[in-house]
Design a protein around this ligand. Structure first.
Ligand code: ATP
Length: 625
């Protein structure tokens, strides 16, 4: 039997923050929650039935106690006594068995609801734009996917059922008590506030103290972390603050100890009060019952009084739990609200209603007067216009932060333009089928992302049905086949978490192979800014050169050799195209490109000894001025 101290755990109170962020419970919210429950209404109906039956059966032994006393013990009827005991035990067993079935079904429903929610949420998150993932904390997103949805499971398995079973137990107990003896039932009801009120008070006081001591303990930990770390200790020593830190620690530590003692004693004193009050209940029933039995109502039996006392005992738990309902309800609604908030975030980049899907793609790109900003604060691209014809290649160069990656982000619609147009295959990207657009664009990004798995897994991600020969071919073209063959497990070598077992250059060549398998009409190569050793660079260069020569490509280039491989160079500065042309002309023009050449490319060449003569360019670029 749950004792009167059930409310002492303190979870029955809202924190200040929870009070402030109390969710608005509206009809649409309830309807939405119900829509998740609806597919399981049949199972829920069975659960409801189980709860009703097991709650009522659970009370039956208390009622049978009366018969055991009156008919069995006082009536000295052995057969009756044994029958009643067996029935009572049987009923208890049956009620618990039904309880087991009910828990199973309940968990089944909860798991299925959370399965549906998780899937819906995942699908929705996949539709969210890049902006969502760059602005939202990854931890928050994951928390909603995991612990918030687990919270929903708890709501279904425990909150809803506990509300139901406690209400049913309470109502059934009250009805039986009134049928047994209305006067004693009223006396019993009057007693309930006697233990409920002190229990709530005790709970609240203890909860407040627990919170205070938690804050104190956080402070203690904070001090320890700050001052016992290597750099913290250094600071304390160098500034001679040992005494100050010791005093600070001692004060907080002392406060925590006082709080801990207070907390345990508050609990202790209240327990005395509560237990005394809860002891008063049965005694009062015995007293009033005794007076009635002996003085007025000869029909009232010892058994009747015992039943009433037993039922009163069965009411403590449900009353306490039901008093916490409001809090549980608010918490549950807050959980649902938080989850639905994510569902309601608009999908920024949507499939057009009537998407244009050309039969094939030639990879041509055109920017027409494109303006773009990530947020209201700052415009990143200003009136960017350029054209890349099918089969040609363009190198985009410019200082760091000038907007090069932003330009290419707009082509596969990771973001949409603020104004102007981006055309792919001659059609505004916002009118093209998203699947078509992204299928035909391959990006080798600066930050190569490989999944934790084998080289093969990572390659198959681009083309799940690729044959072994196709994989080998792609690796060969990406100039990484030698490396893979040298691995003991070949294609099945593990790349480690995020590909960390591979060097930067190897990772990038694997990702080139991955893009080659995808065989896109347009290839975008975002060259790593971080320096690779010259051999790695050369290998990447050897891989990329023939690819560029044979397909439409855009290269964000930091190295002269890459720049020279392109048909045209676009120079971007502060989000504007400031120059365009070929190396030979640009280097002489005395503008941004000349400056970049002087400060970046030339130095890089001198450092790495890079020397890449190309068919289209003279080799005197090193002395171009
Ligand atoms: P780098 O050569 O260093 O990679 P970049 O020329 O590619 O630089 P971008 O990444 O396009 O430059 O960035 C252009 C500007 O946009 C920068 O000032 C950057 O701070 C800003 N920016 C980039 N991504 C975001 C974002 N998600 N939200 C807000 N601002 C951003």
């Amino acid at each position: 039997m749950p004792g009167p101290g059930g409310g002492m755990r303190g979870r029955g109170f809202l924190t200040e923050e929870e009070k402030k962020n109390r969710p608005k419970v509206t009809w649409p919210l309830i309807k939405r929650i119900l829509s998740y429950l609806k597919p399981y209404w049949k199972q829920m109906a069975i659960v409801l039935l189980c709860i009703i039956v097991s709650s009522v059966l659970g009370l039956l032994p208390s009622v049978l106690t009366g018969r055991i006393i009156d008919d069995g013990l006082i009536g000295r009827n052995m057969r009756m006594l044994i029958t009643l005991i067996l029935v009572s035990l049987g009923v208890t067993l049956a009620s618990h068995l039904i309880g087991v079935g009910e828990s199973y079904l309940n968990n089944w429903i909860a798991q299925h609801i959370s399965f549906d929610m998780r899937n819906d949420m995942y699908r929705h998150l996949q539709k969210m734009s890049q902006r969502f993932f760059t602005t939202n904390n990854q931890g928050d997103v994951i928390t909603r996917m995991t612990s918030d949805i687990s919270g929903i499971e708890r709501v279904v398995t425990s909150t809803f059922t506990s509300i139901l079973s406690n209400s049913i137990t309470l109502v059934a107990a009250i009805v039986i008590m009134f049928r047994q003896n209305p006067t004693l039932a009223v006396v019993g009801m009057l007693i309930i506030p006697l233990f409920v009120i002190p229990t709530r008070m005790a709970g609240k006081t203890r909860w407040k103290l627990t919170q205070e001591s938690q804050e104190c303990s956080d402070k203690v930990n904070g001090i320890l972390n700050e001052t016992l770390s290597v750099s913290g200790q250094l600071l304390v020593k160098l500034f001679g603050r040992e005494k100050y830190e010791y005093e600070r620690y001692k004060t907080v530590n002392g406060k925590m100890i006082r709080l801990n003692i207070k907390e345990s004693m508050a609990g202790r004193w209240f327990m005395v009060v509560i237990q005394t009050f809860s002891g008063i209940g049965p005694m009062l029933l015995y007293l009033v019952g005794g007076i009635m039995m002996m003085r007025y109502d000869s029909k009232l039996t010892v058994g009747d009084i015992t039943v009433l006392v037993a039922l009163l005992g069965r009411m403590y738990g449900p009353v306490n739990s039901l008093l916490n309902i409001q809090v549980e309800w608010i918490r549950s609604m807050a959980l649902f609200t938080r989850i639905f908030e994510y569902f309601d975030m608009p999908v920024e980049i949507e499939e057009p209603e009537d998407p244009v899907i050309p039969e094939s793609s030639d990879g041509a790109v055109e920017f027409r007067n494109v303006n773009f900003s990530y947020d209201e604060e700052r415009q990143i691209l200003h009136d960017v216009s350029f054209e890349l014809k099918s089969g040609h290649s363009i190198a985009i160069v410019g200082p760091s932060g000038s907007g090069k990656s932003t330009i290419i982000n707009l082509i596969p619609r990771l973001y949409d333009v603020s104004s102007g147009e981006v055309l792919f295959d001659g059609v505004d990207v916002r009118k093209l089928g998203l699947g078509f657009l992204r299928d035909n664009i391959g990006i080798v990004s600066q930050e190569t992302y490989l999944f934790n798995g084998t080289i093969r897994d990572n390659l198959l991600y681009a083309k799940p049905d690729a044959t072994e020969a196709e994989l080998i071919e792609a690796l060969k073209k990406a100039n990484i086949l030698d490396f893979v063959e040298k691995q003991e497990r070949g294609l099945d070598a593990l790349v480690g978490n995020r590909g960390l077992k591979l060097s930067g250059g190897e990772k990038q060549r694997i990702s080139i192979a991955r893009v080659l398998l995808k065989d896109p009409a347009l290839l975008i190569f975002d060259e790593a800014t971080s320096a690779l050793d010259s051999i790695s660079e050369q290998k990447i260069q050897e891989a990329i050169d023939p690819i560029i020569a044979e397909r439409t490509s855009i290269l964000i280039a930091h190295r002269l050799s890459t720049i020279l491989a392109a048909d045209e160079i676009i120079v971007v500065k502060d989000g504007r195209i400031v120059e365009r042309g070929v190396h030979k002309e640009l280097v002489k023009a005395g503008g941004v490109y000349t400056e970049l050449y002087e400060t970046q490319f030339k130095r890089a060449i001198e450092e790495s000894g890079e020397f890449v003569p190309t068919e289209t360019e003279d080799t005197d670029y090193l002395n171009a001025e």
